[in-house]
Ligand binder design. Structure first.
Ligand SMILES: [Zn+2]
Length: 263
């Protein structure tokens, strides 16, 4: 299976300035899944030479625009221009049905053409034509936010989504072969609802994926994310890399990392 980063940026200011892209993550195996299609997802798909029409599921972990902005256009692609009913749209309660004054992220018109709508709560399982996905708990300003754990043939891929550190969270990633960690700030420069590098080190002292990928960088991570990743590797012994826009990771027996040049 293959992981493609259509953006490594996150948070308000990186998103508004597009200093890093914010198109989310593609997971390509037998099925093709788009996770957290933030602003630019559809543009970045085109730049990467990936057909948006070949999308089988869209996952939105919570109702913040850097995670959901392009969800409707992805649903249009998944349903072949709204001409067929197909695909899966899964996400937090805020994303799928709406909570108080936030969400849902799809209009009724768009939701009407999705074959399967799934509201995820921590601990719940969903499936995309046989691909099993488990929702994981988080601690975020959207309280219905979920992390995701995909059970691919090649192993488990877990994604923290946005969360701050909470005791015991490591257990959710214990079986992950690849772990994508949203870390908005470097060192110990913690802000509420998010992880910083020091938190990542704490997590990776407890769990040992084959590869950890730092992702979703705020402004203060720009230019130093790779250095932060090296520091994490040194402190924990877990091979850790920083996501880059258009990074591609092929997970087979080995894990191969490359970055696609785009015009
Ligand atoms: Zn968020």
């Amino acid at each position: 299976m293959e992981i493609i980063f259509l953006g490594s940026g996150g948070g308000r200011w990186t998103t508004l300035t597009q200093k890093l892209r914010t198109g989310g993550i593609r997971l390509h195996a037998e099925k093709r899944v788009h996770v957290d299609p933030g602003p630019g997802a559809i543009v970045n798909l085109a730049l990467a030479g990936i057909s948006a029409l070949r999308t089988d599921a869209v996952f939105v972990t919570h109702s913040h625009p850097d995670h959901y902005n392009d969800a409707e256009i992805l649903v249009e692609a998944m349903t072949r221009g709204m001409r067929t009913t197909r695909g899966v749209f899964a996400g937090s309660k805020s994303a799928v049905v709406g909570v108080k004054d936030i969400g849902p992220v799809l209009s009724q018109y768009h939701a009407s053409k999705v074959a399967k709508l799934v509201t995820l709560e921590p601990g719940m399982h969903a499936s995309v034509d046989g691909l099993r996905v488990k929702a994981l708990p988080t601690k975020h300003s959207d309280p219905t936010n979920v992390g995701l754990s995909f059970a691919f043939e090649e192993g488990i891929l877990a994604y923290t989504s946005d969360t701050e550190y909470f005791p015991g969270m490591e257990a959710n990633y214990a079986d992950a072969r690849v772990l994508i960690i949203n870390v908005i700030r470097p060192a110990n420069k913690r802000i509420p609802w998010h992880l910083c590098t020091e938190d990542v080190i704490k997590i990776l002292h407890e769990v040992k994926p084959e590869l950890a990928i730092l992702n979703h960088f705020g402004m203060t991570m720009i230019g130093i994310a790779e250095r932060e990743a090296k520091h994490v590797t040194k402190k924990t012994g877990v091979k850790t890399i920083a996501a880059r826009d258009f990074m591609r990771i092929v997970v087979g027996e080995e894990i191969e990392v490359s970055t696609q040049e785009v015009r």
